[in-house]
Design a binder for this molecule. Structure first.
Ligand code: FAD
Ligand code: SF4
Ligand code: SF4
Ligand code: SF4
Length: 388
């Protein structure tokens, strides 16, 4: 085990969870990304933390895929609140309502920071809908999950590929009652940056945040925007084109260091399902489809267990598709890491020194043309609807 923390550490918490002496704490570094810190007074040098680290020892990966579908929920509320086609919500519904099991996913805590939680209530699992674009806090979730699995409970875990690999590595064996879903994950910014962005928005709108959707489809799936509702009734919406947080994220200058050489980006995954955006559904399905601009999920099934579950899902349309064609439209994100940008070196130091607004404006530009295109979006959307 290299001395903790090491730069490739993805923060999966497997080492902390396995430690028999509770000698490892996850602590945020200056940038706000959490890393394991060992208390040498408690450590007995058993080496187990190194053995479960998925960065040092990748979990075995059986196959690339056994099935592949494009999915869209039949439930309008699910579809409106989900990032793409609402496929993951259908899985939670199956596990929580049919199997009477548990679901683990990401919600916002009281400070609007992403946090993985566990629930046996589908009502609560509705909070998992929509991507939260900052690294989630896993706390001691893996330990709780292992307990439930050994009691025979059915469990669905959804997370980034590194989190799923960390969980599988910590568990150390296959559980028939565990279902895992990973995402095609561009990369992840820090919770500290996200909170500083929200502080800035609260200051601009003179009110506390009440609700956040990182990708809302008010003007269609293809024009998704980050939307914030404030307690004073004000509302903010900004797409990747004009929003300074989303633009920073997509400029690859503020992601976790491990994301620039991600060990988990491969078509071969240790999960049961890989789910991601279906930007060109009509080009990947093996039948006729007219894109209704409400969002579709690309779903790659990696296991026979996953294939069986697929047949049990309700309230979701599943259309057979071609996996290789799906990958054509991800920009290589399923297998390639983001490129390291020179700005990454100083982005977070500037954040501490200059605050969110000045830093973001120093590293990304929102042009007058960007703002014009953004302003024309509602009009374009309604004209498109009228012409249909
Ligand atoms: C950080 C991040 C980066 C992504 N990058 C890409 C990409 O580059 N290309 C692409 O095609 N798709 C990407 N996705 C996936 C995509 O945005 C959708 O999540 C996916 O299509 C599933 O959509 P859905 O409608 O089925 O589920 P949704 O209703 O959107 O459900 C989202 C699920 O993701 C989980 N989740 C939310 N936020 C986080 C988080 N911070 N960490 C871990 N799990 C989380 C929730 O628990 C929930 O189960 C990314 C997702 C995330 C969270
Ligand atoms: S070597 Fe063993 S005791 Fe020490 S931190 Fe790692 S797991 Fe814990
Ligand atoms: S097990 Fe996870 S958190 Fe621990 S060192 Fe490895 S990558 Fe980092
Ligand atoms: S890019 Fe890789 S290391 Fe970064 S959050 Fe996604 S899976 Fe984890």
């Amino acid at each position: 085990m290299p001395k903790l923390p090491f730069p490739d550490c993805c923060g999966c918490t497997a080492c902390r969870s396995i430690c028999p002496k509770s000698a490892i704490q996850m602590r945020p570094d200056q940038e706000g990304f959490s890393y394991p810190v060992i208390d040498s007074d408690l450590c007995v040098e058993c080496g187990r933390c190194g053995q479960v680290c998925p960065v040092l020892h990748s979990p075995s990966v059986p196959s690339s895929y056994v099935d592949c579908v494009v999915a869209q929920s039949n439930d309008r509320d699910v579809l409106d609140e989900s990032t793409s086609g609402g496929f993951i919500d259908a899985l939670y519904r199956y596990v929580l309502e049919v199997c009477k099991g548990y679901g683990a996913g990401v919600t916002f805590d009281g400070d609007f920071l992403p946090k993985h939680i566990l629930t046996d209530s589908y009502e609560k699992a509705k909070e998992f809908r929509n991507s939260k674009y900052a690294q989630s806090d896993l706390s001691d979730l893996f330990i709780d999950l292992r307990k439930l699995l050994s009691e025979g409970k059915t469990l669905l875990f959804v997370g980034t590929p590194c989190q799923v690999a960390g969980l599988r590595s910590y568990l150390g064996k296959d559980y028939e009652n565990l279902i895992t879903v990973d995402l095609v994950c561009r990369s992840i910014p820090s919770p500290k940056l996200w909170r500083k962005y929200l502080d800035w928005q609260e200051h601009r709108h003179q009110s506390k945040v009440k609700k956040v959707f990182c990708r809302k489809k008010t003007y269609g799936y293809h024009s998704g925007a980050l939307e914030i509702e404030f307690e004073n009734g004000k509302r903010y919406a900004g797409s990747n084109r004009v929003d300074y947080y989303m633009k920073s994220f997509h400029s690859d200058q503020c992601s976790r260091p491990s994301c620039y050489d991600c060990k988990f980006k491969t078509k071969h995954r240790c999960s049961d399902f890989t789910v991601f955006d279906s930007w060109n559904p009509q080009a990947v399905v093996r039948s006729d489809l007219t894109d209704n601009d409400r969002g579709y999920s690309n779903v790659i099934v990696h296991s026979e267990k996953g294939r069986e579950i697929l047949n049990q899902l309700k309230d979701v349309v599943l259309i057979p598709a071609d996996p290789e064609k799906m990958f054509e439209f991800t920009g290589g994100m399923e297998s390639n890491s983001i490129q390291y940008k020179p700005g990454r070196k100083t982005y977070y130091a500037d954040l501490d020194l200059l605050g969110f607004e000045v830093t973001a404006k120093k590293y990304v530009t929102v042009s007058a043309k960007d703002r014009l295109i953004e302003r024309a979006k509602p009009l374009r959307y309604y004209i498109k609807k009228l012409l249909k």
